[in-house]
Design a protein around this ligand. Structure first.
Ligand code: Q46
Ligand code: ZN
Ligand code: ZN
Length: 315
């Protein structure tokens, strides 16, 4: 297989784009495409302050690397979840993020969930009444809360995450199977800011996971290979697998599924944009926007945990 640009040996063949590239041309192509998507979806400009949520994984660290290379003002945020033993998943991913930021002389905000809220994610998950896959549900809620809190506190214009096309297609697949219309309305490459909520963007949402893995390896980015232990057996991995079966027989299927959804949404298939607006007010405890009655779901989760703790201390 030869590079389409220079004819030398290709390191990657992207069947869905009918494009094979050598290492230097692939390492040019991916950031250039990222730039194109940032502009196309009006995610942010070079005059704005960007906060990149990094987990230590290949996608988020590659995203940070690309934004720095493209000349954006991009700082990082790492949330220490307290998952795994000492020196395990959380400790290792934190170390990789810290090393990355030091090597590139970039600012990294670190929030330790245990220090901030008294317990780690596994401890929260043990006590909460949330349903199946408790750890991920508690974790997602906590991450969204903390990321928005930090973005608001330090005046970032936009918060970006490293979700790739496989992530987005899997979420869409799950939402479609359940006709979760409300979630589908809010699935987009960029979500504009609303009072109290920072704009959110996903600059990698058009890249296949395989492309991001190749980018991280070819760029010598030191990332954590280990998956979070709670992701094993998760529905999102199952949906990714199903999408890959479709992709295998029909290269480009995953991408078409996602892009046609975005187009249908733009054409108003789901709802005219004015209906999407939610009735939000400030949480009486933390002040972040919520559609809940009084306190937001994050504060409710903390309260639930404390009630449970008090009960078990009395018994
Ligand atoms: S970190 Fe958190 Fe993920 Fe681990 S506990 Fe689940 S949600 S799987 S992206
Ligand atoms: Zn080439
Ligand atoms: Zn709250």
């Amino acid at each position: 297989m030869k590079c389409r640009t220079c004819g030398s040996k290709a390191v990657i063949n992207m069947r869905q784009h009918k494009l094979a590239l050598c290492k230097p041309h692939f390492l040019e192509w991916l950031p250039a495409q990222t730039e194109r998507f940032i502009k196309k979806y009006e995610m942010f400009t070079r005059y704005e302050k960007v906060l990149v949520a990094v987990s230590g994984g290949k996608d988020s660290l590659s995203l940070w690397n690309i934004l720095i290379k493209l000349g954006y003002q991009a700082d990082g945020i790492y949330i220490s979840l307290g998952i795994g033993e000492e020196g395990g998943y959380s400790d290792l991913s934190r170390q990789l993020c810290e090393d990355f930021s030091l090597d590139r002389n970039q600012q990294l905000h670190i929030v330790d969930v245990k220090k901030e809220f008294g317990e780690t994610i596994p401890q929260f998950a043990q006590r909460t009444r949330r349903g199946k896959n408790k750890a991920c549900s508690v974790c997602g809620l906590t991450k969204r809360h903390v990321m928005n809190q930090v973005a608001q506190k330090f005046g970032y214009d936009v918060l970006v995450t490293g979700h790739n096309l496989d992530d987005e297609a899997a979420v869409l697949f799950g939402n479609t199977l359940h006709w979760a219309g409300e979630f589908m309305l809010r699935q987009a490459p960029v979500l504009p800011a609303t009072p109290g909520l920072t704009r959110k963007g996903k600059p990698l949402c058009r890249f296949y996971e395989k492309e991001m893995a190749a980018y991280a390896i070819l760029s010598d980015i030191d990332y954590i290979y280990e998956e979070c232990p709670y992701s094993i057996g998760s529905t999102s991995i199952y949906y990714k697998h199903q999408m890959n079966l479709l992709e295998h027989d029909n290269p480009g299927e995953k991408s078409h599924f996602y892009l046609r959804f975005l187009r249908a949404k733009d054409n108003g298939l789901f709802a005219p944009p004015e209906i999407i607006k939610q009735d939000l007010h400030e949480c009486s405890n933390c002040g972040q926007p919520t559609s809940g009655k009084d306190v937001c779901s994050f504060c409710r989760m903390l309260e639930q945990g404390n009630e449970h703790l008090e009960r078990s201390q009395v018994n």
